[in-house]
Design a protein around this ligand. Structure first.
Ligand code: GLN
Length: 401
């Protein structure tokens, strides 16, 4: 990319110079945030000339030279959502409409969730090109709860490989509630997206390390997936989760009785670790980047860092597709047709593979434990954009075979 071409694309009217704000306005129109790590080098150089309003060709070239390929792509290249303004407008309309939906109830099994304001409503998107959009309560932290499951599952796939992992965990939807006391015919958890399977995944994450270091590994992974945001942690949620966890203890003992765990694990430590992972805090904005990393085959869209291998991302999305919405997963796959993971805090990650990741957060849940507005949103999303996995078959020239 030639920096002069880039400079000329930013010129307005007959002026021979540009204002710095033109660059950021042009990027923002395409969904690229001022804080995007890919442009920070260039931002720092431009800021060094903060007393200069107008930038001429020479100064522009000096500031962007080192990042000209990236900047050129972001400003002039083909991005996955070409008309980001239209995309945002449609999402905003859906977001506004769904405020009306006040169905469902917040989770009540711990006071920390029961007392959350049920009105919270956030929606954030991150495309595979790092185009971002956030609206509503997108900066308010919440506990990831069950949305930690795909991250932990991916982590064990990375470290142990698919064959070893699936000696311990099945990959079949259970058709039962997320915390039901049930195992498959081999006495193993049905899949990693429900509690039993997630507890098992926790037993496989760096068991040789002390507990605090295991949590560190998980937090580091989240941080890479978000492109640099260090997740928070709710001590209150963790403590009350642990105090009221009879069912999760029961699942743990049930699996231990069936000799489902790897040799030598300490069950109480494993459960503790699972409660800690559920108490990790994210915001919609940052978790959308996590979903975007999965959509992008394991590479964080805003840093370009590979966090998971392609095959890990593929396996994780496959199980999110078949098992991510608890015992509503079959219905969700039929009607929405996208990989997703819900949680009792009301967070819901939904992935459009190769296009974008989305996180919505609304604490009112239906009887399965899925966010009411979240589900409504997914239905509206696929109708608006034809994102259902098999929507292309509806177009006469999209059919295969
Ligand atoms: N902490 C919750 C539990 O273990 C997580 C489950 C969920 O989000 N569905 O019961």
């Amino acid at each position: 990319m030639n920096p002069i071409t880039l400079f000329r694309s930013l010129l307005r009217q007959d002026s021979p110079t540009i204002l710095k704000s033109y660059i950021f306005e042009a990027l923002a129109q395409r969904g690229i945030q001022y804080t995007d790590p890919r442009i920070q080098n260039c931002v720092a150089k431009l800021d060094a000339f903060s007393d200069v309003d107008s930038i001429d060709e020479g100064l522009f070239v000096a500031c962007v030279q080192a990042d000209v390929e990236t900047l050129g792509h972001l400003l002039l290249g083909d991005l996955v959502i070409p008309d980001f303004g239209h995309f945002k407008a449609v999402l905003t309309e859906i977001f506004e409409d769904l405020k009306e939906n006040t169905a469902g109830n917040v989770a009540t099994y711990i006071p920390q969730l029961a007392h959350v304001n049920p009105e919270y409503w956030g929606l954030s998107v991150c495309t595979v090109d790092g185009q971002q959009f956030a609206i509503g309560d997108s900066e308010t932290p919440y506990c990831v709860q069950s949305t930690c499951k795909p991250v932990n599952y991916s982590l064990v796939l990375e470290t142990l490989g698919v064959e070893t992992v699936h000696r311990y965990i099945g990959r079949e939807p259970s058709g039962r509630g997320f915390n039901e006391l049930t195992l498959n015919h081999e006495g193993r958890p049905h899949n990693p997206m429900i509690n039993s399977g997630a507890i098992m995944a926790c037993s496989l994450i760096c068991p040789e390390l002390p507990l605090e270091e295991r949590l560190g590994v998980v937090l580091d992974t989240w941080q890479k997936l978000t492109g640099g945001y260090r997740p928070g942690f709710s001590l209150e949620v963790y403590l009350s989760e642990k105090r009221t966890a009879d069912r999760n203890f029961a699942l743990g003992y049930f699996m231990r009785e069936k000799k489902a765990f790897p040799e030598g694990i300490d069950l109480h430590q494993v459960l503790d670790f699972y409660f800690q992972c559920c108490a990790i805090e994210m915001t919609c904005r940052t978790q959308a980047v996590v979903a975007g990393s999965l959509a992008n085959g394991g590479v964080c869209p805003i840093t370009g860092e590979r966090v998971f291998s392609r095959s890990t991302a593929k396996d994780c999305l496959s199980l999110m597709y078949s098992c991510g919405m608890y015992d509503f997963s079959g219905e969700f796959a039929f009607t929405v047709g996208l990989p997703a993971k819900s949680s009792v805090s009301g967070a819901l990650m939904v992935v459009v593979p190769g296009v974008c990741g989305i996180t919505v957060w609304s604490p009112r849940l239906d009887r399965y434990g899925n966010s009411e507005r979240g589900l409504d949103f997914c239905n509206r999303l696929v109708k608006a954009f034809g994102f259902h996995m098999y929507d292309r078959l509806l177009k006469p020239n999209g059919a295969v075979g």
